[in-house]
Design a protein around this ligand. Structure first.
Ligand SMILES: *[C@@H]1O[C@H](CO)[C@@H](O)[C@H](O)[C@H]1NC(C)=O
Ligand SMILES: *[C@@H]1O[C@H](CO)[C@@H](O)[C@H](O)[C@H]1NC(C)=O
Ligand SMILES: *[C@@H]1O[C@H](CO)[C@@H](O)[C@H](O)[C@H]1NC(C)=O
Ligand SMILES: *[C@@H]1O[C@H](CO)[C@@H](O)[C@H](O)[C@H]1NC(C)=O
Length: 391
């Protein structure tokens, strides 16, 4: 397309326009954590490690490997897989979604936690963790584990948000991923990460089974999501819709069971180990409107991702060797990459797409099941279609 003739402007007018139009308003309203922002390539990559089940290191045997692999297999294989996958993917951020240690077999919880997170710490990549249902079974309580974790190097984990005076569990917090430094989005959170404690076991006698995300946590999530959305949609670079949100916790939601192989990518090789009650967190997320995907662990033999009501429900698949698994079915990790859109001015703008794949602990660290979790253009088309349906 040919360029349109523009009315000529004086030099001083031109300079003024450049100074102001590059980024609208010079002052930030949202304090983005300096630690996390999109890179100069317009991408942000997250590695999810689920269910390491780390215990005492080289004296801890593996489960569900072939008999001939048993003598040479221990927690050290889990450590070397974390190392290898970090080297291969070079993520911007690592998230551990619980059962980081298998407390029941860990002699000293603090030592096990230090060893489990060591490869992440040594990589100098920022990382975060939430609790599973086994982390507290050693010498530290759930609060104790989370307090120990937040004291480790390079972690952005928090015990609980300062603004929530009453909240159930330990390890509920959010992180903002700023736009590219020097771009119009540098002071905006272009991607939001939420972390929640999905509990361990029900403490209500009439309700059997696993824990769930409580109303106090959902209220904190709702308020945080609303606050982030307001900031994102106002000046500078006011956006029409919210920034995408990704949610990480351990125990899958009952809604995971509404997916099957006709509508997910990956496999389901065991039942959905959710709580026996539905505490409504899925509905809360759909209502909030910004969440595009949920990432859990807990069921080591399930590694699928499928969409329900606009939210992708994803497992990472089991990672650790001192955890149940399946001999011949590689331990694995999930990778997510969010990519930014180029604005008309040639700068980096909002998130354009979110993709995922898994890495297997085989000789080639095979990458499998690549899929698009969300894309701005597809979401736009869907909205238009829905509007059209009612015309
Ligand atoms: C972001 O905030 C910093 C510090 O307040 C400011 O110097 C910079 O101009 C802001 N950038 C944009 C694009 O608004
Ligand atoms: C565990 O690590 C050892 C030492 O590197 C290796 O020989 C063995 O094959 C690994 N086992 C599995 C099941 O990957
Ligand atoms: C997935 O497909 C099954 C049919 O195979 C259907 O019963 C179910 O409702 C679908 N779920 C979603 C979330 O689309
Ligand atoms: C790894 O890659 C090599 C060379 O491409 C191939 O021969 C081998 O089968 C692959 N191994 C696995 C487990 O995929």
């Amino acid at each position: 397309m040919g360029k349109k003739n523009k009315p000529s402007l004086s030099l001083s007018h031109f300079v003024g326009v450049v100074v102001f139009s590059l980024c609208c308003v010079p002052k930030s309203v949202l304090g983005v954590k300096e630690e996390l922002r999109f890179g100069k390539n317009g991408e942000f990559k997250i590695l999810q490690v689920a269910d390491m089940h780390f215990a005492d290191g080289k004296t801890t045997p593996c489960l569900d490997v072939f008999p001939n692999q048993m003598p040479s297999c221990s927690d050290i294989n889990t450590t070397s897989f974390v190392d290898r996958v970090i080297q291969a993917e070079k993520p911007d951020f690592i998230v551990f979604t619980g059962d980081n240690i298998f407390g029941f077999d860990a002699i000293d919880a603090a030592k096990s936690l230090n060893a489990a997170f060591w490869p992440a710490i040594a990589s100098n990549i920022p990382w975060a963790a939430v609790l599973g249902n086994h982390d507290q079974e050693s010498t530290l309580s759930r609060e104790g584990v989370m307090k120990h974790v937040v004291g480790l190097k390079n972690t952005l984990s928090q015990v609980n948000p300062a603004e929530a005076h009453i909240i159930d569990g330990f390890g509920n917090y959010n992180l903002e991923i700023g736009g590219v430094k020097g771009s119009c989005f540098e002071n905006k959170s272009a991607l939001n990460l939420y972390f929640l404690d999905s509990g361990d076991y029900s403490t209500v006698p009439a309700i059997p089974g696993y824990g769930w995300i409580k109303p106090s946590q959902q209220l904190w999530f709702q308020r945080t999501s609303a606050k982030l959305q307001r900031a994102y949609m106002r000046q500078p670079e006011n956006q029409k819709g919210p920034a995408p949100g990704l949610v990480y916790f351990h125990i899958p939601l009952p809604e995971f069971a509404s997916l099957d192989s006709s509508n997910f990518t990956g496999v389901r090789q065991e039942g959905i180990g959710s709580a026996s009650v539905n505490s409504g967190f899925f509905t809360t997320m759909v209502e909030a409107g910004d969440v595009k995907a949920v990432f859990t662990g807990h069921d080591h033999l399930n590694d699928f991702c499928g969409e329900l009501a606009g939210i992708q429900l994803c497992y990472a698949g089991g990672f650790g060797y001192h955890a149940y698994g399946k001999a011949g079915w590689s331990r694995r990790a999930r990778v997510v990459v969010a990519s930014l859109e180029k604005t008309e001015k040639g700068s980096w703008g909002p998130v354009k797409s979110i993709k995922t794949w898994k890495r297997l602990d085989d000789e080639n660290l095979s990458a499998i099941d690549r899929q698009v979790l969300w894309s701005k253009s597809r979401a736009g088309v869907r909205r238009k279609k829905q509007v059209g349906d009612h015309e």
